[in-house]
Ligand binder design. Sequence first.
Ligand code: WT7
Length: 663
Amino acid sequence: MSQNPQNIQSVLNETRSFVPSLKATSSVPDMATYEALCAEAVRDEQGFWARLGRENLDWHKPFTQTLDESNAPFYRWYGDGLLNASYNCLDRHVLAGRGDVTAIISESDSGVVTRVTYAELLARVCQMANVLKSLGVQKSDRVIIYMPMSIEGIVAMQACARIGATHSVVFGGFSAKAIHERVIDAGAVLIITADAQTRGGKQLGLKLVVDEALALGGCDTVRHVLVNQRTEQGCDMVVGRDLALEPLLAQQSTDCVPEWVDAEHPLFVLYTSGSTGTPKGVQHSTGGYLMWATQTMKWSFDITAQDVFWCTADIGWITGHTYVCYGPLSCGATQLVFEGIPTYPDASRFWQMIERHRCSIFYTAPTAIRSLIKAADMDEQVHPKKYDLSSLRILGTVGEPINPEAWMWYHKQVGGERCPIMDTFWQTETGGHVITPLPAATPLTPGSCTLPLPGIQAAIVDETGEDVENGQGGLLVIKRPWPSMIRTIWNNPERFKAGYYPEELGGRYYLAGDGAVRHSDTTYFQIMGRIDDVLNVSGHRLGTMEIESALVAHPMVAEAAVVGKPDEVSGEAICAFVVLKSAIPEGEAAVKLANELREWVKHEIGPIAKPKDIRFGDNLPKTRSGKIMRRLLRSIAKDEAITQDTSTLENPAILDQLRTSVV
Ligand code: WT7
């Protein structure tokens, strides 16, 4: 487990408690209502989920079956119902006379603000859907989206949903190789991209990365690349294959009848890192997924028509899918979308934007908070107290455990001690929040995601699937299926079954992949970090194997092992142990090679995968059977004394060499 045990202890000993400051109403549950909902979900599981399915979504044909377990763990929810996600996110609000409500306030990197209403967004999504249809994209085709955080990116996703095409968004920071892998695995027929994105005052080419991906070969399924022109930068266009998007949009009608799909129809496939080298395509449904995206916006964030909601996540991650593209729109809310970075033009950007747009619900990652604390400590002018944040009423965090000090700062300096903090635990696979406080119900403890949402049967078990007692660490599982859960891994149902419903646990519990413990008094959940070889760097999930494969692909590298080490800002930092094919360089030459390897990994995966520390060695610590002893590497990475048993080590001398060689 990646988090250090001392941190866990300090959080378990955390005695500070903050009463939920929001007023409970008929739609905002207090503790008694929360408990009643939990009880209802146990007493009448099907009735509970059926009710939420009906309350949250408009169905073209209502479902009559709620949960079908006949082919577990390939669960089906609302299986015979027909609906369309984009209809639920757009048309239903326009039809209800709310077409003039602002759907998105978009702020560009340089500060240009654009607003679209629900009626305008619907028209744009229809035009985009018609462009896709005119290019022969059909229901069930896969479309890759490689776009910046923008209205256009959201329009592209919604347009796919409208015609029943399954989108797969690739984060704009990912490399050509990452796009290539996903295009092939998904068998995509079309790629939607932009010439470039602007972040921190710099224009970063996107289309050229797509060109590079397609040049790697084997992408014969791709018929066209649609290019949204966003900057003066422009890009090369391959005649016949590449098409400028804007002229095509202008020719299309603003009406497009939605394609009614069954509830299990794959809305999207989003790739995420696992323990092995290849990313897995997490497949989500339409009905169950959208129901939970909608319901959790209401429960966790108490979203109302008066709110300005801002989730800072990029659409390339699950948070940007559920809490930017789908959840807020399905609720008919007004949200802020931001293309830039939190530190440009300076580290007050978030606070300025909250003030400027009177943001009332703000949802971000602990790593962003920690970097802004650091910046505010150094420069008064970028401290949140310099800004009017009185519009805020609820705060949220996601992606990694938040340390109590960062939590307290967020609470005091950003939330003015008035806004409850929703520490939302969930995963790409869970589709939406699963363990989180409710703003008018749950007393808050810094660093704890508190209690499962109604209907989520979260528990902590040992390696055989038996419940452990509160206060004891174990594996986080969810014992019953829920509507927004992962349906399968695209092209790999076996990997889905083996990875998430392992035989060791009896094949009946969803295994989250995190270690956790419940507090003895409060029964609150405390997440202790991943139990597999997955790192969490700035809230982004990266497989150690992925980074290792990238490193060994370099011509000079013979072997590599990657581990995480705690980092003040990014949570975890990547530490790579590298064995070269030739002698280890010294001094300047070692630094030069280490930087070359960092650039190499950046090119192979993306900038977020760049190792912070690189250590060269003649070998790696291995057992006599040749297994790399990663726990020793973790100790070395942290510069801590090795207390573990090293008697099974084939080559103990290697430890000293690795200890001193950090570059
Ligand atoms: C992993 C999932 C969920 C959207 C962003 C990340 C960690 C997530 C929390 C939290 C402690 C958290 C877990 C989880 N994680 N939220 N509130 N407290 N840890 O999605 O990339 O699928 O990563 O992020 O380790 O398994 P993801």
